[in-house]
Design a binder for this molecule. Structure first.
Ligand code: PEP
Ligand code: MG
Length: 537
């Protein structure tokens, strides 16, 4: 048995096989100098891609149905597209390596499709890109990430949100990363999924690869490779105790979240995708306090279309029914990057073009999202809020676009409902300006993760700064009190949607400050309700 420690980010015990995720290390493709050889390499890779896709098609059909599997079928047809094949042959004849010819020709076609005035063809742009990347990977010898059957604990150096989102969440028993911080988006995802997780674990990837069983104690942060019988028995006992504690919390299911003196709080769920809304309902959430809508944009090769976004928001609205749902508009930037937006590399991405700043400068990105939200508004109780606001003019500009979009939709005969517009308070400027913003907003929701980062000037991603990332810092508490008071004075509601919302040490403080909504990972709702119901505040 080997053992070590990490920083726990979600409690629970997981025991099972370890799978090590390594980012693909690409070998740069070089041409042999002979077009005939390159063409033969391309032809062989095309056949391998065909076999891979036909395997994928069968799996997708069995698991997701014929409809969804059609996406794979489209890519199989593209493998035989004569224009694409001619383009590749011409590039190879010009001296390009097979892999580069496949990739560049795919990219050219993808851009042509994306520029067409036809939603169907726009969506095909991602398919051709995906298909040509597959051929490229085959030619570069990148075998991709092979997952075993069944459930496993995932071990990695670090995970980006765009990688995490592509993993088969239902089969992951735990995340263990050597890097990462407790407020990183991967840690947040792990909490949303109720998965015990460690970051900053001193576990070597090689050791994890060579073990039969990995056990993770998400309460203490300990990990064990091939645990001895005594350790295993202790961990199993902990697992059973945790199951009993969860069962005891079931008494709070269906109960109102009201303190002993009658103060009512709405306990909501943070979600990333429509499927999480089911988890929110299963966890007895009273609404969705934060839908991180950017997760719909991650892990793909092109912007989601307005229709795709509409379907996602409609699904959440329908699942949540009359319960309020707060959709946060696109918060790309910092650690959540997508390559297809063509954003320049920044020296200081956390202070760069992110959140509402992208939306206000790239209306072609923002507008389809707002249209989708207003179209979906007819199906439930939707609210919208903007991330990374620092000035009143930004809120006014975003609100003006909302009004314009809604007007246009109504002129097109689309039924929309009123969508209350709120502000995410996560910059110190927004916190200080809360009384001014409150005149323009229907509600506030405090993003304590970023508010902590920006108030204390401590990078939330940097594992080495853990001791300085203090969410209980008096400066932060003063801002939190000021935000709640400003909201209460203006007669609007204020909530917390950062990780602090589920912190049992803060529940009473938030109630005293005047917050009336707390939004958190679905798995934390019942224990927070217990605290609220037992509170005298
Ligand atoms: C926050 O900053 O607290 C927040 C909820 O948003 P995110 O963690 O997605 O940046
Ligand atoms: Mg934030």
């Amino acid at each position: 048995m080997k053992q070590g420690i990490g920083l726990p980010v979600f409690p629970g015990v997981a025991i099972g096989p370890a799978v090590v995720y390594r980012k693909s290390e690409r070998t740069l493709p070089v041409s042999s100098g002979d077009p005939a050889i390159e063409q033969a390499k391309f032809d062989a890779a095309r056949e391998t891609a065909r076999q891979q896709l036909s395997g994928l098609y069968e799996t997708a059909k069995a698991q997701l149905g014929e409809d969804k599997a059609a996406i794979v079928e489209v890519q199989m047809l593209m493998l035989d597209d004569l224009d694409y094949l001619d383009g590749v042959a011409a590039a190879i004849a010009d001296g390009a390596a097979a892999a580069i010819a496949a990739l560049d020709t795919g990219e050219e076609f993808a851009q042509v499709f994306a520029a067409m005035d036809d939603e169907y063809m726009n969506a095909r742009s991602a398919d051709i890109r995906d298909m040509s990347h597959r051929i490229y990977d085959i030619l570069c010898g990148n075998v991709g990430f092979q997952l075993p059957e069944g459930s496993f604990l995932l071990v990695a150096e670090d995970l980006a949100p765009s990688e995490t989102i592509q993993l088969p969440r239902e089969r992951i028993l735990a995340f263990v990363t050597r890097q990462g911080s407790s407020s990183s988006h991967t840690a947040i995802l792990a909490r949303t999924l109720n998965i015990p997780s460690l970051v900053q674990a001193n576990l070597s990837l090689e050791d994890a690869e060579n073990c039969s069983v990995l056990a993770v104690d998400g309460y203490t942060g300990n990990w064990y490779l091939d645990p001895d019988p005594e350790t295993l028995a202790n961990l199993c006992q902990k697992q059973n105790e945790a199951a009993s504690a969860r069962a005891a919390l079931d008494a709070y299911r269906g109960k109102e979240s009201v303190t002993k003196s009658g103060k009512k709080v709405l306990l909501c769920a943070n979600i990333g995708c429509p499927e999480d809304a089911e988890a929110a309902i299963a966890a007895d959430a009273e609404g969705v306090g934060l839908m991180r809508s950017e997760f719909l944009y991650l892990g793909r090769d092109s912007l989601p279309t307005e229709d795709e976004l509409f379907e996602a928001y409609k699904k959440v609205a329908e699942i949540m029914r009359e319960r309020p749902v707060v959709i946060r508009t696109l918060d790309i930037g910092a650690d959540k990057q997508v390559s297809y937006l063509g954003l320049e590399r920044e020296e200081n991405p956390a202070l760069g073009l992110r959140g509402l700043r992208i939306c206000l400068t790239r209306e072609e990105i923002f507008r389809p999202q707002l249209r989708a939200i207003y179209r979906a508004s007819a199906y439930g109780n939707l609210n919208v809020m903007f991330p990374m606001v620092a000035s009143v003019w930004e809120l006014k500009a975003a609100k003006a676009l909302c009004a314009k979009v809604r007007g246009e939709l109504e002129a097109e005969g689309v039924v929309t409902k009123d969508v209350p517009i709120g502000v995410m308070i996560e910059t110190p400027a927004a916190a200080v300006l809360a009384p001014e913003l409150a005149k323009e907003a229907a509600f506030f929701s405090v993003g304590t993760n970023d508010l902590t980062q920006y108030t204390l000037a401590v990078d939330r991603q940097n594992a080495k700064l853990g001791a300085f990332y203090d969410p209980y810092h008096p400066a932060l508490l003063a801002l939190l009190a000021h935000i709640a008071k400003s909201a209460n004075d203006a007669g609007i509601w204020a909530g917390i949607c950062g990780e602090l919302g589920a912190d049992p040490k803060m529940t009473e403080t938030f109630l005293k400050m005047g917050y009336t909504e707390l939004s958190m990972a679905p798995g934390r709702i019942l224990e927070t309700r217990k605290l609220v119901c037992e509170s005298e505040v």
